[in-house]
Design a protein around this ligand. Structure first.
Ligand SMILES: *Cc1c(COP(=O)(O)O)cnc(C)c1O
Length: 340
């Protein structure tokens, strides 16, 4: 099976399995796990921020960040296609009592400074006030869009001018930085907290990291415990996570493979595939059923996810080679033929 459903499907390498077995461990709730401590130090240094917190998943990292930054009843300004409001089970309402004020960021994938100012609500007797701006880079649902650092800074500066803190959902932060050739610390300098995933393109089996100031991370650490994310001998998963950080620069290969995949698919009749910025390829079908194509490709050993009746998402990753991409294009061509 050539599995293009997501970059989360990678299997840990032998080196990662060794790192899990050999990790020095302790009880991380007591902050005694040296491997977790090292991972948190490395993550904070990499982003040029003060501190970091290892969390089991990206979703938990985002939800802990929202709760840490906000008070109940406040508003969260966010793109309507953002993961934190689209794919996290209404967690901002459920777990933090926050209501989302959604804006349509469009293809640029980041709200403009004007949109941030227009969405802002000042606290008053009648209004809850804006508690947080959440940005996403790369932007998953908009097709792995790599948002340039200047646009992140422009939105963040607009929020800060209104005394609103900014969280960056950087589940695929390093894909953005590699695609744009931007240092991660420069990308995140304008924001107050960042979440990134070790378990996506970087290939770790489990884990994400929430990064910010000492004060932010201290508060987030209590909330992680509340949300059930206080882990014990977590060095077993932080060890592979440390190795995952070595996979940052090779993300460029996934991006090149995604472009090759898009080009190959775009040449097929009935499919329209814009050039991807990073490792996520969005495909539109013209007259062809996307779920039908997904099923027919699945029968031919290629897995991907239809998004709706006429669009689908394909992801390249560590376990997909250029030869796999070429083979996938052939098999999807055959699948499309079988439906025509
Ligand atoms: C995958 C993803 C997350 C959540 O990560 P999980 O580890 O799957 O919970 C958050 N934000 C974005 C943009 C993502 O793509």
């Amino acid at each position: 099976m050539i599995d293009l459903r997501s970059d989360t499907v990678t299997r840990p390498s032998d080196a990662m399995r060794d790192a899990a077995r050999d990790a020095e461990v302790g009880d991380d709730v007591y902050r005694d796990d040296p491997t977790v401590n090292e991972l948190e130090r490395r993550a904070a240094d990499l982003l040029g921020m003060e501190a970091a917190l290892f969390v089991p998943s990206g979703t938990m990292g985002n939800q802990v960040a929202v709760r840490t930054h906000t008070d109940r009843g406040q508003e969260l300004v966010v793109d309507e296609q953002a993961h934190v409001v689209k794919w996290e089970l209404g967690g901002v309402a459920d777990l933090s009592g926050v209501q989302a004020r959604m804006v349509d960021a469009g293809p640029s994938a980041v709200p403009s400074p004007e949109q941030v100012r227009d969405a802002y609500v000042a606290e008053s007797l009648h209004r809850p006030g804006t508690g947080l701006l959440c940005l996403e880079n790369t932007h998953n649902s908009r097709g792995g869009v790599a948002v340039p650092a200047e646009r992140i800074a422009a939105a963040a500066d607009a929020a800060h001018d209104l005394d609103v803190p900014v969280h960056l959902d950087g589940a695929r932060l390093f894909n953005a930085c590699v695609a744009l050739d931007t240092d991660p610390s420069e990308m995140v300098a304008p924001v107050d907290s960042v979440l990134f995933c070790l378990s996506k393109g970087l290939g770790a089996p489990v884990g994400s990291v929430l990064v910010g100031s000492e004060v932010f991370v201290e508060r987030a650490r209590r909330l992680r415990k509340l949300f059930g994310g206080g882990m014990r001998q977590a060095g077993m998963i932080a060890g592979p996570g440390l190795l995952a950080l070595e996979n940052v620069s090779r993300l460029a290969e996934d991006h090149a493979n995604a472009r090759a995949l898009a080009t190959g698919l775009n040449d097929l009749p009935g499919l329209s595939v814009p050039e991807p910025d990073t490792n996520i390829v969005l495909l539109s079908t013209d007259g062809l059923s996307a779920p039908g194509l997904e099923a027919a490709a699945g029968e031919r050993g290629v897995a991907f996810n239809a998004r709706d009746a006429t669009s689908a998402r394909l992801c390249t990753h560590l376990d997909v080679s250029r030869a796999d991409v070429e083979e996938a294009v052939q098999r999807i061509a055959a699948a499309a033929d079988s439906l025509a």
